[in-house]
Design a protein around this ligand. Structure first.
Ligand code: NAD
Length: 366
């Protein structure tokens, strides 16, 4: 066993079917009396239903959550919080809505209940990404971590097949990178391998039948496990590239993760053999990168940057930004192979670790 440091984050998790019925108890348990319910415009109906369900405990609904947590939206939500005299928030939705809850908590310290309806995993992390005048910044603070997560499998039944596939692959990316993280440890590695395996089995079943409650339940559990990994250990090359493509080129979050993951894994395979053996085993595949690429194909998810809106003439700039202040990675991040990797991802080429041979100066770290 190699030496490790393990930091556990506080978490209260209520998981099941129909658990939305327990939200009122959770508000009271926090010692709160007036919750501001947050959602996107698309999920306003669900937010209004929750408001009538919890009755007097609902102070109101703010249905303006948007991708990448724009600070102007947070300001509007803060005004609602104050004007309504709310003493906690309930974020019902995906990573965008949960991001808004975190942004409010950072500014007001009101407790948060997160009710995730995608597999993005933000609810289990103390990380917040915000945008101001088009610039995205990320910060980590214990105040951003929701006090309670209520997972209600029923709320995920409406997640469209396309978003189910890409959101599930987004979740898997957290677990894959956790396995070769600099601060990997036995607890997150165990959780990560189990999460990849359960998602790899559940997602194809959901693609065939989006109403399959057992598969939805497995996927949501897997998403929580992946989010817990993301909240516990540092991420590497894959998350760095996705941050660049989302932040500087406006590519959609979950789709970008889906396209990039097999290529980042191919790049890192020679430098993280034990981690990749675990990914391969979890996927019941013969090779980690190709197993992920095949899974995305089976789910009908996008597999090229071209099809999700990346301009080919932006690849040089993306490579330049990706090698600037790079995240820690098991293999050094050098521009030439990263540029090649981006081209392969752009074209949707089948990933192959042989495309990115390591040089004698690159050591095997993990
Ligand atoms: P999202 O929250 O933007 O949701 C996408 C769309 O799907 C929205 O219109 C939403 O209303 C709708 N939707 C969500 N759940 C639904 C359901 N069950 N049924 C029908 N429609 C539903 O997408 P996302 O991928 O969950 O989140 C992406 C955002 O989260 C990004 O901004 C990303 O940076 C952030 N994120 C942050 C962290 C973190 O730890 N800070 C982790 C992951 C993602």
């Amino acid at each position: 066993m190699r030496p490790f440091v393990y930091n556990a984050l506080p978490a209260r998790v209520v998981f099941g079917l129909g658990t939305i019925g327990q939200v009122a108890d959770e508000v009271r348990r926090l010692g709160c009396r007036r919750a501001l319910i947050l959602s996107t415009p698309q999920q306003q109906g669900d937010a209004e239903r929750l408001a009538s369900q919890i009755g007097d405990l609902a102070a109101g609904v703010f249905a303006g959550a948007a991708m990448h947590t724009p600070v102007e939206v947070t300001q509007q939500a803060m005004d609602h919080l104050r004007n309504l005299g709310a003493d906690c928030t309930i974020a019902l939705g995906g990573g965008s809505t949960i991001g808004l809850g975190k942004a409010i908590a950072l500014r007001s310290d009101v407790p948060q209940i997160a009710i995730p309806t995608t597999y993005a995993g933000s609810e289990a992390t103390p990380i917040l990404g915000e945008t101001e005048q088009g610039r995205k910044t990320t910060q980590r603070s214990p105040r951003a971590l929701p006090e309670v997560i209520v997972y209600d499998v029923d709320l995920t039944l409406t997640l469209p097949a396309g978003l189910t596939a890409t959101s599930g692959m987004n979740a898997m990316a957290h677990a894959v990178e956790a396995l070769y993280a600099q601060d990997a440890n036995p607890v997150t590695s165990l959780l990560a391998e189990q999460a990849i395996a359960i998602l790899a089995q559940a997602l194809p079943r959901i693609t065939k039948n989006p109403q399959d409650r057992a598969a939805r339940s497995d996927a949501l559990y897997g998403a929580w496990a992946c989010g817990t990994c993301l909240g516990s250990v540092g991420m590497a090359l894959h998350h760095k590239i996705c941050h660049v493509l989302g932040g500087s080129f406006g590519l959609p979050h979950a789709e970008t993760h889906t396209v990039m993951l097999p290529h980042a894994v191919a790049f890192n395979t020679a430098s993280a053999p034990d981690a990749m053996a675990r990914v391969t085993r979890a996927l019941a595949s013969t090779e980690a990168a190709q197993g992920l690429f095949d899974l995305a194909g089976e789910l009908g998810a996008p597999r090229s940057l071209r099809e999700i809106g990346m301009p080919e003439n932006g690849l040089d700039e993306a490579a330049d930004i990706a090698v600037m202040s790079p995240y820690w990675n098991p293999r050094p991040i050098e521009r030439t192979p990263i540029r090649a990797l981006l081209q392969d991802a752009y074209e949707g080429r089948r990933p192959d670790q042989a495309l990115y041979p390591t040089t004698p100066t690159e050591t095997v770290n993990v």
